[in-house]
Write a protein of this length. Structure first.
Length: 220
């Protein structure tokens, strides 16, 4: 779509591009939000949104909608994406090639998460290009680590909850200590006792280990 002012002059476009793999569609909304916030902060009016659900590791740029977008860019157009990995993850040279294709057309690439942009004035500066690429990858990797830590924390919390449940059952058995002590000292049937107390044999064994077994040893 080409935009014109009321004087017939063509206006630069602002395009927001987001991409997720099919297995990670929930992340697409957050990418768009980051881009919208960046656009608002920099007083850019977004003209169109392009979303893709395709894996970057299984495809190249030329196989995606992104290649059509890049080919349509003209001088002054701005392409906004959350980070550099939206271009792809298959290699640094492919990323640099895509950046060159964008900026050589006179368009600009804006990376919303790091609040950086690449354009005609800096696209030949190796330090800037590699710094931006490095920063974007670092930001994505840190996001992955935070996600992994959150998942690990959730699993630990669930495990702790299960252990706490077992501990509570062990503590509740204290009111049956006399009965448990008698069965243990007489070498009675612990499985039958566990059924009578409505607990698992493992829970009963744990209680005996923590309470009665030690006391019986001392008494002996």
């Amino acid at each position: 779509m080409t935009l014109f002012t009321n004087k017939g002059l063509k206006m630069p476009r602002v395009i927001v591009y987001s991409r997720v793999s099919d297995s990670n569609k929930s992340n697409q909304g957050s990418q768009v939000i980051v881009c919208d916030e960046y656009a608002a902060k920099n007083k850019l009016i977004v003209n169109s949104y392009v979303n893709e659900n395709v894996s970057a590791s299984k495809t190249s740029i030329k196989d995606r909608k992104l290649s059509t977008i890049i080919a349509s860019l003209e001088k002054g157009d701005k392409l906004i994406m959350s980070d550099i990995t939206r271009l792809g993850r298959k290699g640094v040279m492919q990323l640099i090639g895509a950046i060159a294709n964008i900026t050589e057309l006179g368009a600009e690439l804006h990376l919303a998460a790091s609040e950086k942009s690449i354009n005609e004035s800096n696209h030949d500066d190796a330090e800037i290009i590699f710094t931006l690429v490095g920063q974007s990858y670092a930001a994505v990797e840190e996001s992955k680590r935070r996600s992994e830590r959150a998942i690990a924390g959730h699993k630990k919390s669930n495990l702790s909850g299960r252990r706490k449940g077992t501990t509570n059952k062990v503590l509740k058995l204290d009111k049956h200590n006399a009965q448990i002590s008698k069965v243990v000292s007489e070498k009675g049937n612990l499985s039958a006792l566990a059924r009578d107390l409505d607990v698992s044999r493992n829970t009963l064994n744990l209680h005996i280990k923590r309470r009665e077994f030690k006391r019986i040893k001392e008494a002996a």
